[in-house]
Design a protein around this ligand. Structure first.
Ligand code: AMP
Length: 445
């Protein structure tokens, strides 16, 4: 099977072959023909499967093959495709792909997200935008200010819809839907199926084709997964030891909390390991800077929270470390999905202390696999140490700062968008324990 067998135009095929794609991935093989025929799609596919091209290529083909659209009052064609993503980083990445795949087509795209000044976005919207990639909050700010018109959207893509729902975007999504023409094509992508996704899909999709590609966690034999048992207070030492002894570069470390991520960066610095953190409290500039340095190999360690890391396309990542196990077992799957890409072998290592044994059990149940457990010489576990409940963020070191457990719900769309996208949620970064003590996922009005 080749891209030309899928019925894509020579301009699109030229662009993807220049990117080195010689054959479509399974999700592309399944989704592209359906989308080209105009059908709605509901697809389960994680980052790394080639899902972006699976919705972008048919979308580009559809828009480019029919350019006979009436101009708006501003003299330009209307926005004809809207791609919604949960995070800014994913939005930026998707728009980059739209640009790359559409480089030989006469179509313009734009990305918009919060946390950056709205002025330049307004300016861009005065010109031609065929394809808009947006996060929901900032999009609604533009709607409120009357600077964006969605009344002629022909194709809607919800990328990582499950994550958007987890992040409390349901009402924003509903509002956006109410602004779109009834007659349109809908492409809904999710990584993990849930009742919320099902409900959203039921109200949105019209006779959809269901597509699911193999979950990377279960099938990706190229990811070597290991658990190192270690005492709570010695995790940091073990992490530094592993990085230094093995001379690891490009290590993505997951922290359960933003506070924990910052603290770890500082501690790694004390061990002369260069690290930066990426999470919802960091400015957009700091996030972009850290990500760029990490991607180009000049930053040894990136410490991330689940939400900040979600959807980042960092290819062929050799090492993913779960410094803390996630409270939500599905997040383990997302985390390790960043390694072992594109045929490269990757390592996913979890540092597990006595407090986290139940989280490990949940993960093993989900992935239907027992993870190999190892002890590192010099880091033997002290059996005297008893399990403690996992607090909201690890305990602050003496004299250290606390960790906020609550944030009052923002009020207006513009107030909301002043915050980074990932601070909009109580999910992931702010959940307390694995039990019912976890606060509910944020629901915004
Ligand atoms: P995605 O799942 O959309 O985030 O894509 C993951 C990575 O796979 C990106 O770096 C893409 O450039 C790459 N990719 C997508 N489709 C193909 C393909 N058909 N062949 C090779 N690489 C691809």
């Amino acid at each position: 099977m080749s891209f030309s067998n899928l019925g894509l135009s020579p301009e699109i095929i030229r662009a993807v072959s220049e990117l080195g794609y010689d054959k479509p991935t399974p999700i592309q093989m399944q989704a592209i023909p359906v989308a080209l025929a105009g059908g709605d799609i509901m697809a389960g596919a994680q980052t790394g499967t080639g899902k972006t091209a699976s919705f972008t290529l048919p979308l580009l083909q559809r828009l480019s093959s029919d350019q006979n659209v009436k101009n708006n009052a501003n003299g330009f064609p209307p926005i004809r495709a809207l791609i919604l993503t949960p995070t800014r980083e994913l939005a930026a990445q998707v728009q980059e792909s739209v640009r790359d795949y559409g480089k030989y087509l006469n179509l313009n795209s734009m990305v918009m997200f919060g946390g950056v000044s709205i002025g330049p976005q307004k300016q861009k919207l005065r010109h031609r935008v065929d394809i808009l990639v947006a996060t929901p909050g900032r999009l609604l700010d533009h709607v409120q200010q009357g600077t964006v018109n969605l009344s002629r959207v022909e194709v809607l893509v919800l990328d990582e819809a499950d994550r958007m729902l987890d992040m409390g975007f349901i009402n924003d999504i509903r509002r956006v839907l109410s602004l779109l023409p009834k007659q349109r094509q809908n492409l809904l992508f999710f990584a993990t199926f849930s009742d919320k996704v099902k409900t959203l899909a039921a109200g949105l999709l019209n006779n959809p084709t269901m597509i699911e590609v193999a979950r990377r966690n279960v099938t990706a034999a190229k990811i070597v997964q290991k658990v190192y048992h270690v005492d709570r207070e010695r995790k940091r030492q073990l992490l530094a030891h592993l990085i230094q002894a093995n001379k690891w570069y490009q290590v993505l470390v997951f922290s359960r909390t933003k506070y924990g991520a910052d603290r770890l960066v500082k501690q790694l610095g004390e061990d002369r390991i260069q690290a930066l953190a990426i999470h919802g409290n960091k400015s957009q500039g700091a996030r972009t800077h850290a990500l760029a340095k990490f991607k180009d190999g000049t930053l040894q360690v990136l410490v991330a929270t689940d939400i900040a890391a979600r959807g980042l396309d960092i290819s062929e990542l050799p090492h993913v470390i779960n410094y803390d196990l996630p409270n939500v077992p599905e997040d383990y799957v997302h985390r390790i999905g960043r390694t072992g890409r594109a045929g490269a072998e990757g390592q996913a290592i979890s540092l597990v202390c006595v407090d986290e044994h139940h989280l490990l059990a949940d993960i093993e149940k989900l992935i239907e696999q027992r993870l190999p457990k190892e002890f590192i010489p010099g880091f033997a576990v002290n059996p005297e140490i008893k399990a403690e409940p996992i607090p909201n963020g690890r305990k602050a070191p003496s004299g250290g700062g606390g960790h906020k457990t609550r944030r009052s719900a923002p009020k207006s769309a513009s107030q909301r968008s002043a915050k980074p996208a990932s601070s909009r949620t109580a999910a992931g970064e702010k959940k307390s324990g694995p039990s019912s003590s976890a606060p509910r996922r944020s629901k915004r009005k």
